[in-house]
Design a protein around this ligand. Structure first.
Ligand SMILES: Cc1cc2nc3c(=O)[nH]c(=O)nc-3n(C[C@H](O)[C@H](O)[C@H](O)COP(=O)(O)OP(=O)(O)OC[C@H]3O[C@@H](n4cnc5c(N)ncnc54)[C@H](O)[C@@H]3O)c2cc1C
Length: 382
């Protein structure tokens, strides 16, 4: 039986970042991803420049989309529109996550794709982990376990059951990829705040490069009910506003989360030597509209906590909870102040009026301060 210092399930963002930083400390690390990479993942794939700082490596140009996003255009429920310059990273999750897994491997972690975590059992001096790859079963042993399996969090569920998750449907997200002629600008991320389109945050339009090497527009939204109706209504609005012609939808993709975004037990960092990272820890933040930065930071800090636990001779969760204090506090605060409770556009506008100035100031100062902060002390935007 193979023995490891650290076992990590989930080869997306949190998992490979954790694997890289575990390997850098000389820890024998195994990272497994159930899918064969590159694999598709429904995600807008948009991040802020500090994301690269957290990962600690420069993203190669061929893992990014052709177009650079440098502007945000926000459409408010009262009809007002504002635009501001803001540089963003723009990538597709299939090629990006593959790069991150290979990066962890280059730093010395063992990476297996097409390898599924099945279950664990605690044993003397470690955890026995059952894996399945190509129909073959294998058991390995590890001292520390990181769950980075996203919102379905397979290890968390084995430890905690359904606590922090909502059974059944929890709303859906839908994207259409399309080609068209018209007035949309490829360097712009369009955000439409309107409860007629999206009841969680904003509906979106942006430009992406697909695996065929061509660029496509993406129009998408999230809603608790009737997702097609809300996206079609939003798409009609976009078509009229930007005078789109020759519209041709080439791909549709959907996603439904198993985790309740409002549940106060959503955020859970783990226990003893079982650490949760990224969405598995409940760190996705619908108020900020993103989660990959928190996933990367939590992966990096989980690795650091495991290194510290050996020095301190204490369970890794103690150092991890300490290191994660600010990120957890920010995510909790956003969860409590989120806009999901707004049922009308008037209420949403009032909510945004109250928060926009604060958010603008936060963006302005924190994006500048982040340049001087260490990677582990980055403050999440917006
Ligand atoms: C529609 C949508 C749009 C989004 N847009 C953005 C955005 O623009 N920017 C942003 O920052 N965030 C965005 N997010 C959030 C972002 O996708 C997540 O926060 C992020 O992917 C979390 O990363 P993670 O590594 O924690 O988990 P995930 O990305 O969910 O990855 C989990 C991995 O674990 C693997 N896995 C699962 N079970 C097993 C198992 N049993 N064994 C082995 N492997 C397993 C999965 O295959 C997967 O690869 C978006 C989310 C959605 C739903």
């Amino acid at each position: 039986m193979q023995e490891y210092d650290v076992f990590i399930a989930g080869g997306a963002i949190a998992g490979p970042v954790a694997a890289k930083f575990c390997a850098l400390q000389g820890l024998k690390t195994l990272l497994v991803e159930q899918a064969k990479v590159p694999r598709d993942k429904t995600c807008s794939g948009i991040q802020f420049p500090y994301f690269e700082k957290i990962i600690g490596d420069r993203i190669p140009a061929d893992r990014l989309c052709h177009n650079t996003l440098s502007k945000v255009e926000m459409h408010f429920p009262n009809g007002k529109v504002t635009g501001r310059r803001f540089p963003m990273l723009n990538f597709m999750r299939n090629t990006f996550d593959e790069w991150l897994c290979l990066l962890a491997q280059n730093y010395g972690a063992e990476f297996r794709d097409g390898c599924r975590f099945k279950s664990f059992e605690e044993a003397d001096g470690g955890v026995l982990i059952r894996l399945e790859r190509g129909g073959n079963l294998e058991t390995i042993k590890a001292k520390h376990v990181i769950d980075a399996t996203g919102m379905r969090a397979v290890i968390r569920r084995q430890l905690r059951g359904d606590e922090g998750f909502k059974k059944g449907g929890n709303g859906a997200t839908l994207n259409y990829y399309f080609t068209a002629d018209g007035d949309l600008q490829p360097d712009t991320l369009y955000q439409f705040w309107n409860v007629e389109f999206n009841d969680a945050m904003f509906a979106w339009v942006y430009n992406k490069t697909l695996a065929d090497g061509h660029d496509y527009w993406v129009v998408g939204t999230a809603h608790q009910k009737d997702i097609y109706l809300h996206l079609d209504r939003f798409f009609d609005h976009v078509k009229a506003l930007y005078r789109l012609t020759n519209v041709n939808i080439v791909k549709k993709e959907g996603y439904s989360a198993a985790m309740s975004m409002a549940d106060e037990k959503k955020i859970w960092l783990g226990e003893r030597n079982f650490l949760m990272a990224g969405d598995a820890a409940g760190l996705i933040d619908v108020t900020r509209g993103v989660g990959m930065d928190a996933a990367a930071l939590s992966g990096r800090l989980a690795a650091k906590a495991i290194g510290l636990s050996a020095q301190e001779d204490r369970p890794a969760i103690e150092a991890y909870s300490r290191l994660m204090k600010n990120l957890v506090a920010q995510t909790r605060k956003n969860q409590q102040n989120g806009g999901r409770s707004c049922e009308t556009n008037e209420a949403l506008q009032a909510h945004l009026d109250k928060g926009m100035l604060r958010m603008g100031l936060h963006m302005f100062f924190q994006s500048r301060l982040n340049r001087f902060r260490s990677a582990e002390h980055q403050v999440m935007l917006p």
